[in-house]
Design a protein around this ligand. Structure first.
Ligand SMILES: O=C(O)CCC(=O)C(=O)O
Ligand SMILES: [Fe+2]
Length: 364
């Protein structure tokens, strides 16, 4: 059972993309510094207007407010796309609660490719009928906006890592290729019940501690809907940072900042120079006092949270190897398959350990 979270203030670098062509050297230096030392940074002056972001959040909320039966017509598929509801069980959830607890959220994952999205978009007539007209076109346009911002970062990272070709990462993440794997994830976290002693004792996690396994994640959050926390450098004695000092990633209103973080793939692609950083959306909480609810803090936020994440993932056939060749080459497809295997192996291990713990408790 987790104890109260320790919090520390850490500076999360804020990087401006203003005047990108002329400032590319200084932006590259700032990005590489943030990627090496924190793994997280905020991006300002990225060119996506506040109105565009607001409109995308409104569209996402309209989708999530649809009846479950409608959302279930575009169900999650192992192609890493589609809608899921309270189905993502993370190893960290199991380790900290000793139960198979899923994140208390729903999400809808979208990709560029027709094949990946086969049967996973609402039909045009249904978009109109259910009050989300133009949903597919608007989401796709927003993905292209995020792709363009990501490509600027990719050019900087290619330069900073010493690849000869500035477009190296850009080519391997080409959204026009049919084997593109990048994902836009609309997220909706449900209200989290607080420990009160009058409920059924269900323990809720919003998003358990994890690192992202892709290349680079870009995330929008909303003012007043906090919860995202990071644990830089995995400064933790335990696997998922339960005893570590966490830092809240606050919304920065004046810059429309995009929260960016390095994924495991860019970490290995940089020969471990850049770091992927443990993060989570707090908090474990419970309807029954003392069950997970121990981790409550006066600054916690328990209301609904909407966020939008864009996961840059290399095309399936991309060959991935760092400039110093620390790791043998792997394709984008292999990397993701391995990430899945690692995830399920960790889940299996955590589940077995939780079962053993429960048996021990019964025995004494
Ligand atoms: O919603 C958030 O703020 C974080 C989401 C996240 O970390 C993820 O989906 O990987
Ligand atoms: Fe994440």
């Amino acid at each position: 059972m987790p104890g109260p979270t320790k919090y520390v203030e850490r500076e999360i670098p804020q990087i401006s993309l203003r005047d990108f062509p002329n400032r590319i050297d200084s932006i590259t230096a700032q990005l590489c510094d943030a990627a090496e030392h924190v793994g997280f940074f905020g991006l300002a002056d990225h060119g996506i207007a506040a109105a565009e972001i607001d409109a995308m959040f409104a569209l996402s909320e309209a989708f999530f407010r649809l009846p479950a039966a409608v959302k279930a017509t575009v169900p999650w598929s192992p192609r890493n796309a589609g809608w899921e509801d309270r189905s993502q069980v993370r190893p960290s959830n199991v380790v900290t609660t000793s139960k198979l607890v899923a994140d208390n959220k729903e999400s809808y994952q979208l990709q560029f490719g027709d094949e990946a999205m086969r049967g996973l978009w609402l039909a045009e007539d249904d978009e109109k009928r259910y009050g989300v007209p133009g949903f597919r076109a608007r989401c796709t346009a927003f993905m292209h906006r995020l792709q363009a911002v990501s490509e600027q970062l990719m050019v900087c990272f290619a330069r900073g890592l010493g690849f000869d070709d500035d477009e190296y990462f850009v080519r391997l993440h080409d959204a026009a290729r049919p084997d593109s794997q990048s994902v836009l994830r609309l997220l909706h976290y449900y209200d989290t019940p607080r420990g009160g002693g009058d409920g059924d004792g269900e323990v809720c996690y919003r998003a358990g501690a994890h690192t992202d396994w892709g290349f680079l994640t870009l995330l929008f959050q909303r003012e007043g809907q906090g919860g995202l926390e990071i644990c830089p450098g995995r400064e933790s004695a335990t696997e998922f940072g339960a005893d570590a000092a966490w830092t809240r990633v606050k919304f920065t209103p004046d810059s429309n900042s995009i929260v960016c973080n390095i994924g495991n793939l860019l970490m290995s692609w940089s020969d471990d120079r850049f770091r992927s950083t443990l993060h989570r959306v707090k908090a474990p909480s419970s309807r029954r006092e003392g069950e997970g609810g121990k981790d409550e803090d006066p600054d916690d936020y328990y209301g609904e949270r909407f966020s939008i994440a864009f996961f840059n993932q290399p095309c399936r056939s991309a060959v991935i190897q760092g400039p110093k060749k620390k790791y043998p080459p792997v394709t984008g497809e292999e990397f993701i398959a391995r990430a899945m295997d690692t995830h399920f192996a960790a889940l299996k291990k955590a589940t077995l350990e939780a079962e053993v713990q429960q048996q021990q408790q019964k025995a004494y």
